[in-house]
Ligand binder design. Structure first.
Ligand SMILES: [Zn+2]
Length: 288
């Protein structure tokens, strides 16, 4: 009777069995013993692998891969994140280099006013922030959503206090199918838990697939997403007269969020604000 002795020696537990001659037919009890040893060996390996994963995944910094005690990023990378705090433009949330006093807008807010009322971001979109966003978006690191969402809830406290609902920027169903989850939805869920604001991921739909915004100019980005979002007519009643906070991972030109805000305003939303994890800030801005 053939024996899977090779399998045993592979896992290192069958060393004492290596000398066994395969021509010697073992007794049934010996076979049972061998099967038991094999099973133990396999279970042991599986458990060891799981333990290794459990230890390795949550304890490596997502940015520098150094061991970390806690969630997401190590202390050194955390210190490199630029958290956005006042003073900033009350409309766009772009940080100012000095405090000009209340209600002073940034040049961008005056020159190119968005459809949304206010935008806030937890951090500037720099190197460490980009690593976090990419890990959440492309590497299935949904375990990062709680910490990123908590930072967002803190940055957007003012917006959340007056909000009726949170609306994640939707993916087109085809992209959602490939990516398996919507990173904006994962962040919005955490913000909802933190703030008590209701999550409504069912109101806004991406009705047209769009090209990736990466690499497009500001004007191209705007035309790429024009008419890409809509609230279906039967949902207008859920939107009308309500204050919505749109949630996304990154604000670059703001074109996607602007198109989403327009769709909600078309459905008669009372106000639309925007809360993102990171926003692009070219240089520190002086108010005008
Ligand atoms: Zn690190």
């Amino acid at each position: 009777m053939p024996l899977a002795i090779g399998g045993l020696s592979d896992c290192g537990c069958g060393a004492s069995l290596e000398r066994m001659d395969s021509e010697i037919a073992p007794s049934p009890s010996r076979l049972d013993h061998l099967r038991g040893a094999l099973r133990l060996c396999r279970d042991g390996l599986r458990q060891a692998a799981k333990l290794a994963l459990d230890i390795a995944l949550p304890t490596l910094c997502v940015s520098c891969r150094e061991p970390v005690d806690g969630e997401g990023v190590c202390a050194a990378c955390w210190a490199k994140l630029s958290f956005i705090a006042p003073p900033y433009c009350p409309k766009l949330g772009i940080p100012f280099v000095y405090d000009p006093g209340p209600d002073m807008l940034s040049m961008e807010a005056i020159a190119d006013p968005p459809a949304y009322a206010r935008a806030r971001a937890a951090v500037r979109y720099d190197e460490v922030a980009r690593t976090l966003v990419h890990a959440l978006k492309y590497q299935d690191r949904t375990d990062l959503a709680p910490i990123m969402g908590r930072w967002m809830a803190r940055a957007g406290r003012e917006l959340l206090e007056s909000a009726d609902m949170l609306i994640p920027v939707p993916l087109h169903w085809r992209r959602a199918w490939h990516r398996r989850y919507n990173q904006s939805g994962a962040l919005a869920r955490v913000i909802g838990e933190q703030s008590g604001v209701k999550l409504r991921g069912d109101l806004l739909a991406r009705v047209r697939a769009t090209e990736q915004q990466v690499g497009l100019s500001r004007a191209q980005r705007a035309s790429n997403v024009q008419g890409a979002f809509a609230v279906s007519r039967e949902r207008w009643g859920d939107v009308a007269g309500r204050r919505a906070v749109l949630v996304d991972d990154v604000l670059t030109s703001g074109a996607t969020l602007d198109a989403c805000a327009r769709a909600l305003l078309r459905a008669k939303a009372a106000q639309v604000d925007v809360l993102v994890f990171a926003r692009v800030v070219d240089t520190p801005k002086a108010p005008i």
